[in-house]
Write a protein that binds this ligand. Sequence first.
Ligand code: GLS
Length: 756
Amino acid sequence: MKDLNVIVERELANVEGEPTAQQLIEALMVAVRELQGDLEPAKGERKLYYFSAEFLMGRLLRANLINLGLLDEAEALLAGYGTTLAEVEEAEPEPSLGNGGLGRLAACFLDSIASLGLPGDGVGLNYHYGLFRQDLSHGIQEEHADPWIAPQSWLVDTGRAFWVQLRGQHLLAKVYDVQIPGYQNGVCNQLHLFDVENPAEPPAEGIDFDKQDLAGNLTSFLYPDDSDDAGRILRVCQQYFMVSAGAQMILADLEAAGHALTELPEHVAIQINDTHPSMVIPELIRLLTERGIDFGTAVDLVQRTCNYTNHTILAEALEKWPVSYLETVAPQIVPIIKKLDELARERTDNPGLSIWDANDTIHMAHMDVHFASKVNGVAELHTEILETSTMKDFYDLYPEKFTNKTNGVTFRRWLMGCNEPLAQMLDDTIGCAWRTDANALEDLVQHVDEEELQNRFLGVKYHRKEELAKWLKDTQGVDVNPDAVFDVQIKRLHQYKRQQMNALYAIWKYRQIKAGVKPARPLVMIFGAKAAPAYTLAKDTIHLLCLLSELFANDPEVAPYLQIVAVENYNVSAAEHVIPAADISEQISLASKEASGTSNMKLMANGAVTLGTMDGANVEIVERAGEENAYIFGRSSEDVIDLYDTGSYHPWDYWRDPEVEPLVDFVVSPELLSTGDPASLSRLYKDFIAADYFMALLDVKDYISTKERCLADYENRNAWARKALMNIARSGHFSSDRTIAEYDRDIWHVNPELGQ
Ligand code: GLS
């Protein structure tokens, strides 16, 4: 029987003197990998392959130790070296193989699939430099490569590889596995990441690289800058590389298990996570026909195997590729797509539903809906909008395909892992059942009125705020006051998420303080956000936040009351520090635009109170937590959709409001222009008054008054604690274990217990 201590000792045998954090982490990683290597994958007649261009795994040591049941043993071992896991894990590099919610969701799903004992693996790409590392030291976002693989990583070289024909050359796709252990159930599934044979070195500076060098750079970066043709074609190359290798692997596994190719749907379920892996449909058809199966049968087999998840209604994210790109990248699948388009046209004469349109553009989502068994949205409101608006014609054609699967997050990482003191409080109050069944958190409802528990909760929260303060001091030299309200907005920087509306609130508050209205308690506004490198207005918003942060910090009249903290390089590891410390969860997207959101769920489970619009999963959160335990404002999704449909939103009408105008005008005030970039600020300003596509000005007044009400309520500390406890108690529904059980029940049917 292998033992954690024995392996770690073996690994450290040659270390002279006290091992460094780096050496301890590496020894523990080796040990955990070895122990996981002895576990078995979940088995069953049918296996799921979850295809995703993103898996935002985060650090894995703590998560894996929790799932192996070895956390206490590891802590005891580290105590012997005079340290703790929290201390040494800062030396573990984070694989940032995703952009945001979509990629993190995929990672939560893998954890839940293994923990529920379902046969299911992830399929993705092994990006060497992941998403960029963000530097904010100059008050603007600068991007750098973020290498994570050397010297130790979680990758296991499987020795397997598949040839992929791409841009007229043959590239070998090597398979590396990341082990995915289930929660204390002896199961270990895999995430398969494909990679080129000889990856290039990272660029010396920035994230620019030779996009033509496929052999070296195909898997260098996640979503290479796609603001030009070369970037976009590289992205299509990445996608085809992933799905071709993945499809070959699936067929090889099927045959190795002794099954006929015609039995594909009986033994395989594929989930297409957003449109990035959509080419798996024509690629599988191509491979099956190449192996002698007729086209019609191949289409039928693939359709019964594949399912598609839609994660957004934003048109920009529903991928459409010119035929010419596909001709360049993978001409072998173009005739298949043509035939699929013809088949689709036999099913409907609505040209709006075609795959290959009159402008020679291929609509990936259309191909998915026509040729997948099931199509799902990621929150009730999102699915409803798909059915009644964005994909209405598809829904009318295939009503039976559509289903909702509200997102969830793994409580093992997002509560047990990142907030031990809160987890301990829950154990002491309601027992440990919630650790295996998050619905058991409901038992907490009986205790929310207990003053002792409320006080204990406030103590835990305060402690986590002190810890965040220490981490911010250590990592970016910022001092924050744990007695302040911690108001948190953490998500990608996008106009629809309306960080710019939150910035207008900050300006409003600043002006109040300057006018002599001092808040009862200081407010720390914490932002964590990366902007896509080519998304100018998002970068302008980051610049604005940095300038406001500096302005407030340098004004002795304001600094004691109001602070903005921009968490640099916000990623999963940063989230694990920020989320347990949050008082207010900012979920302020323009109603109808946030498909679901998942930070809203993590924050809820950690006892932050939602301040948000009725958008995405916020609707279901408020439904469960109770309206009195959340702060809701803003126009409804119906109103917003109507404003878009009628073209009747004009930001200048709102800007003219005497309460709003000074806030917007402050963006180009001497105070900010004296230190900021005038071009950037005036671009933002003009956008506010002349475009404001995501309607920040529509809800800003309502937002300010609701936030003020929320801050006033915060002063009744025990009543606030009760609200927070109600949120925790009702968060169990948002466990990804529930989500995955629903996917399996309605879509995959891989649960061996059910004998599918
Ligand atoms: C996203 C949505 O924007 C989020 O609302 C959603 O929670 C997430 C996971 O379903 O998917 N879609 C997307 O393209 N990126 C996302 O984070």
